[in-house]
Design a protein around this ligand. Structure first.
Ligand code: C5J
Length: 221
């Protein structure tokens, strides 16, 4: 059964049974004080502000039995899935695979790679480990969504202009209706967050739609 979501640039009808909640990279190293993101000089409180709205949308999605997908950005310990162009960037002490405050930076299995406890996946929920910024590139996400006849993605996570944006662009090109939930996404750069959302909904919704946690909760009530 279809429900109507208040969104920009236009309201959107979606069926919860063919809609996935996709939560991008809410990982300790990006969000937590003392993590890799903070050691780079970022204000992690900007990202932590997205956690409570994500929790409320996640609770609603779980209550309705919607498909929930969590993603984590990271690489194999031997870095065989990380292209040299990605590895050679940044200060040597802050590169992927270097020792960080919560284990090796962006390496699977390290503490900093984990999703923050407040949004921890429940047993049975899909967790996609992705080597790129987009959640479709070099992952099983496309198959997971096709198997469930998913048509609409409600997208949360960090950071708005990097992994959220790349995933929405990838999803849009694959024919999904992608909706960024503004208060459930965040960036270390408030201006990038604002403009990132503007870009999605510009030109009649060139990449998709922008909505909010409150609008999703109202639609699913
Ligand atoms: C994500 C990043 N998840 N900003 N990564 O956006 O490098």
């Amino acid at each position: 059964m279809s429900v109507t979501l208040s969104a920009e640039p236009a309201d959107l009808d979606f069926d919860p049974t063919t809609t996935a909640l996709v939560i991008i990279d809410m990982q300790r190293d990006f969000l937590e004080p003392g993590g890799f993101g903070e050691t780079l000089g970022n204000d992690v409180s900007l990202l932590l502000a997205a956690v409570p709205p994500c929790q409320s949308v996640l609770a609603a999605a779980r209550r309705l039995g919607m498909l929930v997908v969590h993603t984590r950005e990271g690489h194999k310990p031997d870095l065989s899935d990380a292209p040299p162009a990605k590895l050679e960037r940044g200060e040597p002490t802050a590169r992927i695979g270097a020792p960080g405050p919560m284990g090796r930076i962006l390496i699977r299995g390290e503490a900093g790679h984990d999703i923050v406890p407040a949004l921890a996946p429940m047993p049975g929920e899909v967790v996609i480990d992705k080597p790129g910024k987009g959640a479709f590139y070099a992952t099983e996400l496309g198959t997971v969504l096709a198997d469930r006849d998913i048509a609409t993605l409600l997208v949360c996570g960090v950071t708005t202009e990097v992994c959220v944006h790349t995933t929405i662009r990838e999803g849009n090109d694959r024919g999904y209706r992608c909706v960024a939930l503004s208060d459930c996404c965040a960036s270390y750069f408030p201006e990038f967050h604002r403009v990132g959302l503007e870009m999605i909904k510009a030109q009649g919704g060139i990449f998709g739609w922008v909505s909010s946690s409150a609008a999703v909760l109202a639609a699913l009530a």
